[in-house]
Structure formats: C-alpha cells, structure tokens
Write a protein that binds this ligand. Structure first.
Ligand SMILES: Nc1ncnc2c1ncn2[C@@H]1O[C@H](COP(=O)(O)OP(=O)(O)OP(=O)(O)O)[C@@H](O)[C@H]1O
Length: 255
C-alpha cells in the first residue's frame, strides 16, 4: 500500500462566529501514523471532517499528494484514496459482513458501477477480485468467521472492525480513524493496536483522532495536540508527553 502525503495548511472553520479549528497546519508524511489528541472541544472532530470531506474549511487548504481536495465532496475524496472510519458504526443492514466490505471497493471505484450495469465480462472478473480482497480484509480484521452472517448480528466491537475492513477494501492511500479504540474491550483494543501497527509497516498513511492518550502514545510516529482549535504541540510521543503546554491543557480539562 503506497501511502499519500497529507498537508493541511492554515485551515480554519468557525461555527456561529466561534472558531472550532483556527489556522491549523498538519503535515503527514507518506506511511506515517499520526495521532491528533486534545481535550474535549479542542477541534479534533472538526479537523477530521475537514480532511474527510464532511466539512469544508472557511480558510486554508487540504492537499493529498499536492492535489487540493478541500473543495471536493467526501465521495470524490474517497475515489482519490481517502478512507474514513467513523466512531459510530455505519453498516448496511440486510447485507452480510462480506457484502458490507465489498461496498468499500465499489465506492472507491466508479468503473465498478458502470461495468456492473452493462454486465461486461470484465465486471465478473472484477467482482471475483473484489470478493477475494474483501475476504482478505475480513481475515485481517479478525472477522473471517463472520463473512456470511448478516452485518447487524455482529457485536459492536466487530461492527467497528467491519468498517475498518470496508475502508481497507477500497485500497486507500490515507486512512482516517475517528476514536477507533473507544468502547472496545482490552482484548479488542490490543488486536486493533496490532492491526494498526501492521498497516503502518505496510506503508499506509494513517491519521487517528483519539481520546485515549495512552493508546496513541505507543502507536503514533508523531502526535499533534489541539486545544481550543489551535495546534499547541506537535512531535514524537515522548516530546509531546513532556510538553508543559500539553500537560497544562489536559490538567485544565480535568480540573
Ligand atoms: N456543527 C457544529 N455547530 C456548532 N458548533 C460546533 C459544531 N461542531 C463543533 N462545534 C464546536 O466546535 C468546537 C470544537 O468541537 P469538536 O467537536 O471539533 O471538538 P473535539 O475535540 O472533537 O471534542 P470532543 O473530544 O468532545 O469530541 C466545540 O466548541 C464545539 O462545540
């Protein structure tokens, strides 16, 4: 998997005149695992949405491998290789786990729909390839045994894994994860950490927004810390952990 470079430059977004994200720079190198942390209301979800395409910035830019994407709708960004795993499970009821994952490959390629509608031979071959890849992604995320079960039968932890499998099936170049560890049991959390580490070794660029600071400290290459919409620190985990401004922001948040 060849990861893309992500460059967010001078990004701002306000709601009702109040900045949720203000003049944020965030440069992620290809193959890097970047975590974004910060106390409640720091602007993490807003920044995530500016990159994924659920929101457009009021000012600034978002570039993927040097191509501006900040004015593109989320589905167009997805075709360029941006995959999003949301915190709340988004699954298609009435479809099996395997079919749910195959949707990820179809939404990342437009050609799939056209060839499918025309019933071209290439379509059948492509379908078989997509199915094989979907099965691989299910195995990778520990869901091989669930392939033929209705997706809504999966427990919550597995529904989250299913979204991750779906995102991977589209062969993304940038994977965005919104609080992937939240609500998971210790064993599931461990499995997720191992999976993210192995995706990182494969070269995929990842950005994860996370509440669980301990979880990201051992996984991330670099951590960006937001507070009140601004970047207050960025660097390797050990450096960020020792930063007095970061400590103050978190102590202030829990006081
Ligand atoms: N759609 C919206 N309308 C109005 N205000 C919003 C909206 N989205 C976010 N905000 C405000 O922007 C600020 C940043 O919110 P955001 O959700 O991005 O922070 P966060 O770091 O993700 O917080 P949390 O950790 O609590 O999820 C907050 O003050 C929030 O109330």
């Amino acid at each position: 998997m060849a990861g893309a470079a992500l460059a967010v430059t001078g990004a701002s977004r306000a709601f009702g005149g109040v900045y949720a994200v203000r003049d944020v720079d965030l440069h992620v190198a290809p193959g890097e695992l970047r975590a974004v942390i910060g106390p409640n209301g720091a602007g993490k979800s807003t920044l995530f949405a500016l990159i994924g395409g659920q929101l457009a910035p009021d000012a600034g830019s978002v570039e993927l491998d040097g191509v501006r994407i900040d004015r593109l709708a989320a589905h167009r960004r997805s075709r360029l290789g941006v995959a999003v795993v949301f915190q709340a499970a988004r699954i298609f009821h009435g479809l099996t786990a395997l079919e749910n994952v195959m949707v990820g490959a179809h939404s990342a390629t437009r050609a799939g729909f056209v060839a499918g509608a025309l019933r071209l031979p290439a379509h059948h071959r492509a379908e078989r390839e997509i199915q094989a890849r979907a099965l691989e992604c299910l195995a990778l995320t520990g869901l091989a045994d669930w392939a033929c079960r209705p997706a809504e039968d999966l427990p919550l932890g597995q529904q989250r894994a299913l979204q991750l499998a779906r995102a991977l099936c589209g062969e993304p170049r940038l994977l965005l994860l919104d609080e992937p560890a939240s609500g998971l049991r210790a064993g599931e959390r461990e499995h997720l950490a191992e999976l993210l580490a192995s995706l990182r070794r494969s070269g995929l660029t990842m950005l994860l927004v996370e509440h669980d600071v301990a979880f990201v400290m051992r996984l991330a290459d670099q951590i960006t810390v937001l507070d009140l919409g601004r970047v207050i620190a960025a660097g390797p985990p050990a450096e960020v952990r020792a930063n007095p401004e970061v400590i103050a922001a978190y102590l202030g948040a829990s006081a």
